[in-house]
Design a protein. Structure first.
Length: 418
């Protein structure tokens, strides 16, 4: 950004953030802003609308939370019953909870009230939390709309509105709910939209929702991907489970996220691992909110060594020290691959990503390698050492006779993401 071009590494206070916020950031051990924070914070403090092209892992939550906290923090204005001064919409429950935690951490010295509203749990506690009004309301769209329609919350006092992960909102079919919510907001407001990608419908929504926005774009892919050792196993569909269980015999795979493309596969992989004596939980959109939180806690605490997840459920999950990401099935969108492997190698650490690729997934692999501009290292599949494969026609194609264990597993074509 132009104003900051002379400053190579500004501090948070140089970006214009007030002392109580900087103090909270020091507690979080944030010494310097990330690129998106550097670019967005001064503009947001000026009150500009913003279109942010950024994904989880870039520090985008603080990029929008800090200026909003500052604006709400001084001078503080009383909130009316059942209303809110800031509204953050997030596509998944996990992301909403994490955003809530971030507001609590960064705003610890400000005495502002926030609450998180999400589906999958009973509404009575949420209704109670809203009754007095809150400074900051973080919500998933469905439940918020539901509560608004029941008059438990009114949105006409919102001054700051953030739509996070707009492309996911679209994928998950929330765009109509989002538009209905936007219609309940006052016309005059401060609006921000974040999205990792910019499909046509999101661009249209941005045009409708934002007023003369500044566009800020950060692309962390290259940096993230470069720190991650990436390998691929060419393996038959039927042998993927055996390979996974085999790999998990190595204790170096200490904290592992396994990705599947569908919810049912996530369940099945989780069940098979448990049966093999490996502590694992599955997390996806069909699980109740409580089950998902429990699974995350077990994974965070190390009680479960493996978390099996779909792309959507894993979006925004922030767990430190993930040693390995395993793509049990390759994603059909190459960007999801980058999101997935970014779960390891967080906070400057390196990590390992292992991908299982069957014959039907070769095209997905090609797309991924095209995007990351890095061919994945090919690993041998050594499931049955007794069986020596005959000469391979294609060095990338494993010989089926190398596999002794036959399992019924996903014999059909890959299906759409869960
Ligand atoms: P986000 O992209 O908002 O999900 O943030 C990704 C991770 O980066 C979270 O664990 C944040 O706590 C962390 N983070 C955000 N900003 C900073 C910063 N300036 N310095 C260090 N860590 C940060």
């Amino acid at each position: 950004m132009e104003q900051l071009s002379h400053v190579t590494n500004p501090t948070f206070s140089e970006l214009g953030l007030a002392e109580p916020i900087c103090r909270a950031l020091a507690v979080e051990n944030y010494t310097h802003p990330t690129p998106i924070q550097m670019q967005a914070i001064p503009l947001l403090l000026e009150g500009r609308d913003l279109l942010g092209i950024a994904q989880t892992g870039t520090g985008k939550t603080a990029a929008f939370a800090l200026p909003i906290l500052q604006k709400l923090g001084r001078p503080q204005q009383p909130v009316e019953a059942r209303s809110a001064h800031a509204l953050i919409l997030a596509p998944t429950r996990e992301l909403a909870v994490q955003i809530g935690d971030s507001f609590a951490a960064y705003g610890r010295n400000l005495g502002l009230r926030h609450t998180v509203i999400l589906g999958g749990v009973t509404q009575s506690r949420q209704v109670k939390a809203l009754a007095r009004g809150v400074d900051i309301l973080i919500a998933t769209p469905g439940r918020l709309l539901d509560l608004a329609q029941q008059n438990h919350v009114r949105l006409d006092r919102v001054k700051h509105f953030v739509l996070d992960e707009a492309d996911r909102m679209l994928d998950m079919g929330f765009i109509r709910d989002v538009r209905q919510i936007v219609a309940l907001l006052p016309k005059k407001r401060h609006s921000l939209l974040f999205s990792a990608t910019m499909p046509k419908d999101v661009a249209r929504l941005a045009t409708d929702m934002l007023h003369e926005p500044v566009r800020v774009e950060v692309t962390p892919q290259v940096v993230t991907v470069d720190r991650i050792e990436q390998r691929v196993f060419f393996v038959q569909t039927a042998n993927k489970l055996a390979l996974l269980i085999d790999l998990l015999k190595d204790s170096a795979l200490a904290r592992v996220i396994v990705f599947t493309r569908t919810k049912s596969h996530a369940n099945r992989v989780g069940e098979h691992l448990e049966r093999a004596g490996i502590a694992a939980d599955a997390i996806h959109g069909n699980k109740s909110q409580n089950a998902r939180q429990r699974a995350l806690e077990r994974f965070r605490s190390g009680d479960a060594r493996v978390l099996v997840a779909t792309d959507i459920a894993a979006r925004g999950i922030d767990v430190d020290g993930v040693s390995h990401v395993i793509n049990f099935e390759l994603p059909n969108e190459p960007e999801s691959y980058v999101h997935r492997i970014g779960r390891t190698a967080r906070a400057g650490k390196s990590g390992i990503a292992l991908s299982f690729c069957d014959a039907s997934e070769r095209g997905f692999l090609r797309d991924i390698e095209r995007l990351t501009k890095r061919p994945l290292l090919i690993e041998d599949v050594k499931l049955a050492p007794a069986a020596t494969p005959p000469q391979k026609k294609d060095a990338r194609e494993p010989d089926p006779s190398a596999f002794k264990r036959k399992r019924q597993w996903n014999r059909g074509r890959p299906s759409r993401a869960a």
